[in-house]
Structure formats: structure tokens, C-alpha cells
Design a protein around this ligand. Structure first.
Ligand SMILES: Nc1ncnc2c1ncn2[C@@H]1O[C@H](COP(=O)(O)OP(=O)(O)O)[C@@H](O)[C@H]1O
Ligand SMILES: [Mg+2]
Length: 276
């Protein structure tokens, strides 16, 4: 892409890319030595050329690729019904793919159940019903750690350090909290497994701009600890500002893929998806 003012940025400069097929992709998105992989050469997590739909219904995803590197923030944006949530479910193993693969740290996990993916370090905060409203804040965090057999108190303390208001409200039913605080509970619960990758589907839905900014700051803080973030966002402009990598999905397919900055600067993306 000539004339791109962000040549130094990480990310793939080919915004029309739809099927990345392994090694080409890796060279393009690899960030100067930051990724530490145990095996394989691909991104830390990739849903690669995913095709599939619900049950026996029509394909929703059409050769859709999304990925994230270790410790980076990848953001998926696109119109309502584009298949963003479906792509997240597919990566997490809640949808049977008819084509493509999901790989985590080089391992093909396409056939693994969501539970098995959690055991391998994936955590998912779905778009809706992502907390237990009748349980207290702390019980929600404890539920998040159900797979762990070790002492979880240090992780609970870390979650409270990240979201101090949750410490104050730890004995309150989560359903009594504000929308933004409930999202903190959902993110905190997901962090209880000490994941390597945190997947968030519209974490700022229904919260004020101030609460959104605050939550994005906390998400950046989580990424700085080395956890990968794969996030769907309807606040596309703000989310792309914090994204290392952005994926614009349209009708279940990749429309644009680039660094967050490059997408924000792209006239076509701005006009079509960011309101000018
Ligand atoms: N559980 C489901 N069963 C059948 N179709 C679904 C289901 N969830 C979503 N869809 C369909 O899949 C398409 C993509 O939806 P979704 O992934 O939720 O889009 P987005 O998250 O981008 O708004 C839509 O046409 C929607 O109607
Ligand atoms: Mg959705």
C-alpha cells in the first residue's frame, strides 16, 4: 500500500487479504521479537479461513480469518449481523466449522470443545448473559476459576487491583451493579483462569463514553501483562485507536484487515464504517 503514513506499524498492509494461508501472514503480522511461541510459526491465535453457520443452516462465515498475536489487541468491527459474534463463537469452539481451522500457539484446536480450549488458556466473555446476576461479585469470580485446583486468592486480588470498585462491592449481588461494573465482573471472571488470550464480545455495550474509555484503559493494562485480547466492538473508532490489528467483517467475510491506525486513516473504511 503506497503512501501509507504508518509504515512502521505492526500489521498486515494488504487490506484486501481474505485468506492468509499461514506463512505469508506470519511474516506480515509478526511484531519485532515480541511473540514468544512454543510451536508453529503462525499467529498466537488464529481462526484461519473459517466457513460455517449454525446447525444445518446456511454459512454465516465465509472464509473468514481473524487472529491475534501474544500481548496484542485485535479488534473486530463491522455492521450489525456481519458475523462478528459468530466468528468469536467459532474461534471458541461453539460452532462447528465446515471449512478452515483454529490454531492456538501452533496447535490445531479446531475439534476441541470450549472447555478444552479454556484448559489451554482461552477465556471468552460473550455478548450477553456474561455474569451470574444473583451471585455476589466474589462468587462470580470464584465461578470463573472453577477449573483451577490451586489457590485462587492471589488472582482475585489482582482482579480487584485492576477493578477496585469490585473489591468494595464484592459482597453485593452482581445484578445490583451498574452496566459498566457488570462488564468489569465479566472481564474479571474471565481473567480468573489466568488465560493467555481473552476474547471479549462488545465489552462496552450500553455504557457511557467515560466508562468505555476507562474499560479500554484496563484492557490495555491487561494486554501489557502479555495476555492477547481479541475483541468485538461497536465503538469502532475508539476501539481501533487501541488496536494493534483490526478486522472489518462484512457478511461473514473479511473486508479490510490492517493495523488499527491504518484502518482509521483509510478513506474507504472511514466513509463506509466509521461515519466519515
Ligand atoms: N444462534 C443463532 N442461530 C442462527 N442464526 C444466528 C444465530 N446467531 C446469529 N445468527 C445469525 O448469524 C448472522 C450473524 O450474526 P452475529 O454473528 O450475531 O452478527 P454480529 O455479531 O456481527 O452482529 C445473522 O444473520 C444472525 O441472524
Ligand atoms: Mg454480535
Amino acid at each position: 500500500m503506497s503512501g501509507n503514513p504508518y509504515q512502521d506499524d505492526r500489521g498486515n498492509k494488504d487490506r484486501t487479504i481474505t485468506n492468509t494461508g499461514g506463512s505469508e501472514w506470519t511474516g506480515a503480522v509478526r511484531s519485532g521479537g515480541r511473540a514468544e511461541r512454543v510451536n508453529g510459526d503462525g499467529p498466537f491465535l488464529i481462526g484461519d479461513g473459517m466457513t460455517g453457520g449454525y446447525g444445518t443452516g446456511a454459512n454465516i462465515l465465509q472464509d473468514c480469518t481473524i487472529s491475534v498475536e501474544r500481548g496484542e489487541i485485535a479488534v473486530i468491527v463491522g455492521p450489525n449481523g456481519a458475523g462478528k459474534s459468530t466468528a468469536m463463537k467459532a474461534v471458541f469452539g461453539m460452532l462447528t466449522l465446515r471449512g478452515g481451522a483454529v490454531r492456538l500457539n501452533g496447535e490445531d484446536i479446531t475439534r476441541l470443545t470450549p472447555q478444552a480450549r479454556v484448559a489451554r488458556g482461552m477465556a471468552f466473555v460473550p455478548q450477553t448473559n456474561n455474569i451470574f446476576t444473583s451471585m455476589t461479585v466474589e462468587e462470580n469470580l470464584e465461578m470463573g476459576a472453577f477449573l483451577r485446583r490451586d489457590d485462587i486468592s492471589a488472582t482475585i486480588a489482582e482482579v480487584y487491583d485492576l477493578f477496585p470498585v469490585l473489591r468494595d462491592k464484592r459482597r453485593q449481588p452482581a445484578g445490583e451493579l451498574s452496566g459498566g461494573q457488570r462488564q468489569q465482573v465479566a472481564v474479571g471472571r474471565a481473567l480468573m483462569t489466568r488465560p493467555g488470550v481473552l476474547m471479549l464480545d462488545e465489552p462496552t455495550a450500553g455504557v457511557s463514553p467515560i466508562v468505555m474509555d476507562e474499560l479500554f484503559d484496563r484492557i490495555i493494562e491487561v494486554a501489557r501483562t502479555g495476555i492477547s485480547i481479541l475483541m468485538v466492538e461497536q465503538n469502532a473508532r475508539q476501539a481501533l485507536e487501541i488496536a494493534d490489528k483490526g478486522f472489518v467483517l462484512v457478511q461473514g467475510a473479511n473486508a479490510y484487515t490492517d493495523t488499527g491506525k491504518a484502518l482509521l486513516a483509510d478513506p474507504d473504511v472511514r466513509r463506509t464504517f466509521l461515519g466519515g
